[in-house]
Design a protein around this ligand. Structure first.
Ligand code: SF4
Ligand code: SF4
Length: 307
């Protein structure tokens, strides 16, 4: 486990590599999840991706109260007593020493610094599957624009191997940064969470003007799918779906993917010491999803659910 702080050059901070994905672009793909995101979506299923640095995740059920973490913590951020182990994140300086000594994974670090070669070694293992299925590599996160130098080098390495490349992005970045990634990208999976700027800010922490402007530019350069996380009561109104469909059509998106909300990220929020605010929100029903699909499709844009 690394205890490195800061951002070593030529390394990327990866929090997951998922092989055999069929939901993140065409064919069978390897998805490389990079840490760092400019948005803070309330429904996020990967909140461990938000910060572009290593951080501690807790798993209280695994704690045996052995006290090793408390002994090594240089800033007394950990207390262990008969009630369990407590972590004061306000004091924690993310040295990760507790994760190094915890024998059970009750304290662990999320994020691993990896070189392009290390990622490519894992990704290349499924070369035949990519060839046979029309698949490839997808950079996700977080948002790969947050680690642009590493993402560009990784995309270049993929292209040298002849792999199809996709990026999943919120588009929340200076255009020049996104443009650098697009040079080596075949397909852009572009999130559009809400068409109304203020509602967008309510759900994600940022307004959407830059995002929509970048979507327009990106679609003019690369094949692009608009992806909409379908969050009941937030962005599934007929008005918003019609506006999203009109926008997708106008910019020439190849399709709109509707991704039904689920609360899978809720427990991760807790393990990162954050508050999940949508605990009472059920995911959309099959009927609601179909109604949304028909609304978008009616605007004359190909619409899929779940991928
Ligand atoms: S990561 Fe935080 S809690 Fe863990 S040992 Fe370092 S300062 Fe203490
Ligand atoms: S080292 Fe791990 S198992 Fe031991 S008290 Fe700390 S969190 Fe619990």
């Amino acid at each position: 486990m690394s205890t490195q702080q800061g951002s070593p050059s030529r390394l990327g901070l990866v929090f997951n590599i998922q092989r055999f994905s069929i939901h993140d672009g065409p064919g069978i793909r390897t998805v490389v999840f990079l840490k760092g995101c400019g948005l803070r979506c309330r429904w996020c299923s990967n909140p461990e991706s938000w910060n572009a640095y290593e951080e501690i995740v807790t798993n209280d059920l695994r704690c045996t109260r052995c006290g090793r973490c408390q002994q090594v913590c240089p800033v007394n951020a950990i207390t262990v007593d008969e009630k369990g182990r407590k972590l004061d994140r306000g004091l924690c300086n993310r040295c990760l020493q507790c994760a190094d000594v915890c024998p059970t994974g009750a304290l662990a670090a999320t994020g691993k610094w990896m070189s392009v070669d290390e990622v490519m070694e894992e990704a290349a293992a499924d070369d035949l599957f990519y060839q046979n299925s029309g698949g490839g590599i997808t950079l996700s996160g977080g948002d790969p624009v947050q680690q642009a130098d590493f993402a560009v080098e990784l995309l270049k390495a993929c292209k040298r191997r002849g792999f199809h490349t996709a990026i999943e992005t919120s588009g929340f970045a200076e255009w020049g940064i996104l443009e650098r990634l697009l040079e080596h990208t075949d397909l852009v999976l572009y999130d559009v969470k809400h068409m109304d700027p203020e509602k967008h800010r309510e759900g994600t922490g940022k307004t959407n003007e830059l995002i929509l402007e970048n979507a327009r530019k990106a679609a003019a350069r690369r094949r692009l799918w608009v992806r909409v996380p379908l969050v009941p009561g937030y962005n599934d109104s007929e008005e918003n779906l019609k506006a999203t469909a009109r926008f997708a059509k106008e910019i020439g998106a190849a399709k709109v993917s509707l991704l039904p909300y689920h609360a899978w990220g809720a427990s991760k929020f807790e393990k990162l010491g954050r508050r999940f605010t949508l605990q009472d929100l059920p995911g959309p029903t099959v009927e609601q999803i179909e109604r949304c699909r028909q609304t978008v499709q009616a605007a004359g844009v190909t619409t899929t659910v779940g991928r």
